[in-house]
Design a protein around this ligand. Structure first.
Ligand code: 6GU
Length: 277
């Protein structure tokens, strides 16, 4: 996979040399090119931004540096044998970046990222390249960053670990918490390793029992507890067929049941306060 990043802070992308992504680059599984947007400015001050039409706070990134940069990146990629690029535009007004989108992007041969500073890029740039290639405007969460560079690191790490051969074991991401098509998208519960006692704290007995069935059940119950606590929306979104008899017992203890007013196989919701089963 080829990745291009055009940014006014190339040094912000240094983490792409480290750990999983860094190793994937060394192994030739990822071909990363980071470009300084200011290389496509022609005035003394290397200007990349200007005041917004219509007024208002902040600055907008100008059309010309982006247009020239993207034309040049596209020409270089095509010349060196890449094809079917997609443009990934990090922005707080984008669609949520999810594991499903990470899987989709991991199946593309060439991603071009355009992290912006200031109030974003002149809309005409995105509209122009959208006539030539798929454009994904993505947000990594409900908070505002000063720029899209950190989002590029997030998306790249999520995508890189899905590439064939990057994570040692192909099984490793089949049961990721958010793997698409997973039976139920539950958060993973706690994990432990040696020593068996640390500062007076032991390991849950079941994990030392060697009883694989009981261990799997305990892990599933922990996942249900953690998910109801931190991400009740994930339980509500689950197909109720994903819950077996033991799941239903645990969910009931946690105050969750199928909607009694709902159709036969209706989704689970949290029992209202003070109402016993
Ligand atoms: Cl992709 N960019 C910025 N600037 N802020 C964000 C974001 C992206 N995702 C969430 N907040």
């Amino acid at each position: 996979m080829r990745l291009d990043v055009v940014t006014i802070f190339p040094e912000y992308l240094e983490p792409l040399n480290v750990s999983l992504v860094g190793k994937a680059r060394v192994r030739g599984q990822l071909n990363v090119h980071v470009h300084d947007l200011r290389a496509w400015t022609y005035d003394r001050h290397n200007t990349v931004d200007d005041t917004p039409y219509g007024g208002g706070p902040g600055m907008v990134m100008k059309t010309d540096p982006w247009g020239d940069a993207l034309d040049s990146v596209l020409a270089d990629g095509y010349e060196t044998g890449s094809h079917t690029p997609v443009l990934v535009v990090p922005t707080p007004s984008g669609r949520p970046f999810t594991q499903e989108l990470a899987v989709e992007l991991s199946e593309r041969p060439w991603l071009i990222f355009t992290p912006a500073r200031y109030e974003g890029i002149d809309r005409r740039v995105i509209d122009e390249y959208a006539t030539r290639m798929p454009v994904y405007e993505v947000s990594i969460g409900d908070y505002v960053l000063a720029g899209g560079e950190a989002a590029v690191l997030v998306v790249t790490e999520a995508v890189a670990r899905l590439l064939p051969g990057v994570l040692g074991n192909a099984e490793s991401h089949r049961d990721d918490s958010f793997a698409p098509g997973a039976m139920a998208n539950l958060l993973e519960g706690p994990v432990y390793t040696k020593p068996p006692e640390w500062r007076g704290r032991g390991i849950p007995d079941v994990l030392l029992s060697g009883h694989h069935g009981k261990i799997a059940r305990w892990r599933r119950d922990q996942a249900l507890m953690r998910t109801t606590l931190h991400r009740p929306d994930l339980i509500e979104r689950c197909d109720p067929k994903a819950f077996d008899k033991k799941d239903r017992e645990m969910l009931s203890i946690l105050g969750w049941a199928p909607d009694p007013e709902g159709e036969p196989h209706s989704r689970f919701w949290r029992r209202p306060e003070g109402v016993e089963e």
